[in-house]
Structures are given as structure tokens and as C-alpha cells.
Design a binder for this molecule. Structure first.
Ligand SMILES: *[C@@H]1O[C@H](CO)[C@@H](O)[C@H](O)[C@H]1NC(C)=O
Ligand SMILES: *[C@@H]1O[C@H](CO)[C@@H](O)[C@H](O)[C@H]1NC(C)=O
Ligand SMILES: *[C@@H]1O[C@H](CO)[C@@H](O)[C@H](O)[C@H]1NC(C)=O
Ligand SMILES: *[C@@H]1O[C@H](CO)[C@@H](O)[C@H](O)[C@H]1NC(C)=O
Ligand SMILES: *[C@@H]1O[C@H](CO)[C@@H](O)[C@H](O)[C@H]1NC(C)=O
Length: 452
């Protein structure tokens, strides 16, 4: 009788606690079995068990959009180890490790973190961003998360995710394609930052580079002229001794957008169009044939508006003229005149380009372009230089290798200065005058031809 008066109070309190905290979190004595789901506080994302298609009985634990009529999975825990029935259970242990168990209680997948909850109570929470995090119950600080799914992306790059490298934790967060739309296991393609030389994003099929987004030039990636300020998302790049990443944020909560590396190796950004009930392609990483990595070979330049698209840079000629004529450009071009390397060389400026592969490059953020030229000239192996940051017009980027994967753009390209033998410098100017005169003469004769 004594306890009766406080009982309704406790009931109300526990109901309150449940409704305010239990929707998006899992605590150590809670399990999620197949059929149950957890929803983020803003109800945008949901997690639970799913099959990628009706053609498959495989069960995966993953995260997908909650409010979108087309089931769109953004992350999968057991990509490589599907369950073949609905007996799977996701559970959080006292140490703060999430584990996916099959019917015999075998661990199919687990969050693999060196950090543990120690004497704290861990919780796993599906955040509004679609990030599944494990943290100590009373500690919301991002830097103290024990584990987060954003550190282990699959094929999807979500807003506020850091795509890149955490040098402190030794994590490289990159995209891996699904094998097919029905199979989330790791497919053939990866898209990741490569930090050899100045960092750039390389899309590979197996070990072969197929597309280079280029390095971050202060405004955009050199090979992504279509990455422009827009009303849908803001974007940015960070590179310091602790981390290297690219990130984007949606401008408005009413827009849903994601980037994905699809099973065919295409990098695509989609926007959800609620009215039509479908994802619409907003922009693609690869735009055209000139985005095929190294299509024109060393010292070749690709221009999609020319036919053929490949040409040699001025002062260079095809290494294999016969192959080149047959549109096999892979062997690229060679210098007409060798460099002298005795300080007599000079540079030819090429404007409006995507700069070459930077895997064998060197950089200095505080050098200006004049210092950059001097450093390049002094080193016989230097083949080209450019301004590192075209927004602030500062920094120096230097290439020590054959120049591969250059293309020209009608707009939003940048300048590069290519090393040439002194004797060629005059020749190139004469060549340009010659071309100009020939064009004018051609035009004149065409005009007279029309008249006559
Ligand atoms: C959660 O699952 C584990 C392993 O399957 C089991 O031992 C435990 O009793 C379950 N707990 C609850 C609350 O269902
Ligand atoms: C499911 O997989 C288990 C092993 O993980 C196997 O023993 C079982 O036979 C499979 N069941 C079906 C229906 O394939
Ligand atoms: C867990 O992480 C350690 C090092 O961080 C690694 O060596 C190990 O292979 C990982 N295990 C799994 C199952 O991913
Ligand atoms: C970068 O350039 C600045 C300015 O010229 C110079 O002081 C600095 O030593 C350079 N750093 C390296 C690593 O070469
Ligand atoms: C140029 O490259 C060659 C071979 O890669 C190397 O042996 C040489 O030291 C380099 N020279 C300079 C000045 O870096």
C-alpha cells in the first residue's frame, strides 16, 4: 500500500525515458532481431535486416532511408557474409562492441574497435546523418566515439561524412562498389584518395586506375569542372598533418542527396525527387571518353570536342605514329627535342586544362609561382609546374614524371607550365604563328572560294 502512490509516477517516467531515448539507440541488454528496426531521431534513416532484392534470400544488416519509397541502402554491416535465414540478431555487448549473430550464435560480423567502454555503459545510436555510432552513454563528443559506421563506408558517400584519410587513427575511408545491385559484397571498383605526391582521388577497377578526379586546386578537383557552388550542397576539402578529406553538406533539410560508386564503376550524385518518387542523376564524376584515365598516353592531351580527341602537347610527337594513326593512343607522345638540363630549358604555358596525375609530384604551399619555376628549372627531372591553389593563387605543385591524363576544358580549366628545350620555345611560337596564319589564309581562301 505504501508503494502505490509512486508507482504511476515511475511508470510515467519510464515511458518518457523510453520515448525520448529508445527509438534511435541500442543498449547492452537489447537485441535487434530480423523484422525489428531502429529509426534515427529525425526519422530520416532506419536500420535493420533486409534482402537486397526479391531474387535473393540473403539477409543483411544495414541502414537505409526511412522516408523514401524506393528502398535505398546506404550502409551494410555483413557485406561479405550474408545470413541465409531470418535468425540473425544484432546485439551490443558490455564492452561496446556491436555483434551480428546467426542462429547458432556464431559471430557473423562485429564492429572492430580497439576502444572499449571500460567501466561506462555503451550505447549504439543511429544518428540523423545515417551514421551508426557506438559511444559511452553520457558522452556525446564526436572525438570520443568508440566506433562509427562513417569510418567504414560501403558504396555510398553521405552528407557530413569525411571521405578521405584519418592519419591519426590510420583510417582510409573510401568507396567500394557493390558486386551488383542484388549483391552488396565488395565489387571491382574503388574510389579513394591517393596520397602519393599531392593527394588526388583515383577510381580503380582492381588495381588499374580508370578515372582520376584530380587534385584539389582550391576551388574544385582539377578533373571535376562540374563541381561548382550550387543551391543543393556546399563542399570542402581539408588537408593537414592529421587528416585529409572531402566533405559535403546539404543546404536544406528538404533535399535528399547521396553520392554512390555504382557496380559499373560510375561515380554519381543523385537527388531524391519526392513528387516523381525517384532518384534523379544530378551529376556524374566521369563525363565523357576523355575521362578514361590516360587515354592519350604520356604528353598527350584529350579534347572531347576534337576528332580524334587525342593530340600531342605542342613540341611533342606520337611515340608510335602508326598506332597513333589507328587511334591507339596509349603509347603517348615524346619530345621532338630532348631537354638540355643545363639551365637552358624553359616553359610553355598551357591554359584551360585538367592537370596530370600527381602521384609523382612535390608541393610547397607557401611558394609563389616564380619560386616554383626556379625550383623546377633547377631539377633536371622536373617536367612541369603549376599554382597549387588557384583560388588564393599560391603554392607550388611540381611534376617529376611523364605527364599523363591531361585534358582540356572549354571552361574551368587551369594553367600548367610544361618544360621544353630552349630551341623548342621559339619553334612553338613560330608554330603558333604559322597555324594562325594558315587559319587566316584558309579562311580567306574559303571566303574567296565562296565568292568565286
Ligand atoms: C540477445 O541475444 C543474445 C544472444 O542471442 C541472448 O543471449 C540474449 O538473451 C538476448 N537478449 C535479449 C534481451 O533478447
Ligand atoms: C544456412 O547456412 C548455414 C551455415 O551458415 C548452413 O548450415 C545451412 O544449411 C544454410 N541453410 C540453407 C537453407 O541454405
Ligand atoms: C580488426 O582490426 C584489426 C586492427 O585494427 C585487424 O588486424 C583485424 O583484421 C580486424 N578484424 C576484422 C575481423 O576486421
Ligand atoms: C616552402 O617554401 C618556403 C618559401 O619559399 C620555404 O621557406 C620552405 O622552406 C619550403 N618548404 C620546403 C619543405 O621546401
Ligand atoms: C632524377 O631521377 C633520377 C632517376 O629517377 C635520379 O637518379 C636522380 O637523382 C634525379 N635527379 C634529381 C636532381 O632529383
Amino acid at each position: 500500500m505504501k508503494h502505490l502512490p509512486i508507482f504511476p509516477f515511475l511508470l510515467t517516467l519510464s515511458t518518457l525515458l523510453l520515448t525520448s531515448t529508445s527509438i534511435s539507440t541500442i543498449t547492452p541488454n537489447q537485441n535487434i532481431s530480423d523484422g525489428q528496426t531502429i529509426i534515427s531521431d529525425d526519422e530520416l534513416f532506419k536500420m535493420g535486416f533486409f534482402s537486397p532484392s526479391t531474387r535473393s534470400n540473403n539477409r543483411y544488416f544495414g541502414i537505409w532511408y526511412n522516408k523514401i519509397s524506393v528502398t535505398t541502402v546506404v550502409w551494410v554491416a555483413n557485406r561479405e557474409k550474408p545470413l541465409n535465414d531470418t535468425s540473425g540478431v544484432l546485439t551490443l555487448n558490455d564492452q561496446g562492441t556491436l555483434m551480428l549473430l546467426d542462429h547458432t550464435h556464431n559471430i557473423i560480423w562485429s564492429s572492430n574497435s580497439s576502444l572499449t567502454a571500460n567501466n561506462n555503459i555503451p550505447v549504439a545510436q543511429l544518428l540523423d546523418t545515417g551514421n551508426l555510432v557506438i559511444r559511452n552513454e553520457n558522452d556525446l563528443a564526436v572525438e570520443n566515439y568508440l566506433w562509427q559506421s562513417f569510418d567504414y563506408p560501403g558504396d555510398t558517400f553521405l552528407p557530413s561524412m569525411k571521405f578521405g584519410i584519418d592519419f591519426v587513427k590510420g583510417l582510409n575511408k573510401y568507396l567500394t562498389s557493390w558486386k551488383s545491385v542484388d549483391d552488396p559484397s565488395i565489387g571491382e571498383y574503388t574510389n579513394r584518395f591517393d596520397s602519393d605526391g599531392y593527394p588526388q582521388i583515383l577510381m580503380r577497377k582492381g588495381s588499374k586506375v580508370e578515372f582520376n578526379s584530380g587534385y584539389w586546386n582550391g576551388l574544385r578537383f582539377s578533373g571535376m569542372p562540374n563541381l561548382k557552388p550550387n543551391d543543393i550542397y556546399t563542399f570542402g576539402f581539408e588537408f593537414n598533418e592529421r587528416e585529409l578529406y572531402y566533405k559535403y553538406e546539404l543546404v536544406s533539410n528538404s533535399v535528399v542527396s547521396r553520392m554512390v560508386l555504382n557496380p559499373e564503376g560510375r561515380i554519381q550524385r543523385f537527388i531524391w525527387i519526392e513528387r516523381a518518387g525517384e532518384w534523379r542523376l544530378y551529376v556524374s564524376g566521369q563525363m565523357d571518353n576523355c575521362d578514361r584515365y590516360g587515354l592519350c598516353g604520356a604528353y598527350g592531351i584529350c579534347n572531347i570536342n576534337d576528332s580524334p580527341a587525342c593530340a600531342c602537347l605542342s613540341g611533342f610527337e606520337p611515340r608510335e605514329p602508326e598506332e597513333w594513326r589507328r587511334a591507339d593512343w596509349s603509347n603517348g607522345c615524346v619530345r621532338r627535342v630532348e631537354l638540355s638540363c643545363d639551365g637552358g630549358d624553359g616553359f610553355v604555358k598551357r591554359s584551360g586544362v585538367k592537370v596530370p596525375d600527381t602521384r609523382r609530384s612535390w608541393y610547397n604551399v607557401s611558394m609563389n609561382i616564380e619560386e616554383c619555376e626556379r625550383v623546377c628549372l633547377r631539377n633536371c627531372n622536373c617536367t612541369a609546374y603549376a599554382t597549387l591553389d588557384i583560388k588564393t593563387r599560391s603554392g607550388c605543385l611540381i611534376w617529376f614524371d611523364d605527364l599523363v591524363d591531361i585534358r582540356s576544358y572549354a571552361e574551368d580549366g587551369q594553367d600548367i607550365f610544361i618544360r621544353m628545350a630552349a630551341s623548342e620555345l621559339g619553334m612553338i611560337i613560330i608554330h603558333y604563328i604559322f597555324v594562325l596564319v594558315a587559319k587566316l589564309a584558309g579562311k580567306a581562301s574559303w571566303v574567296t572560294g565562296q565568292n568565286g
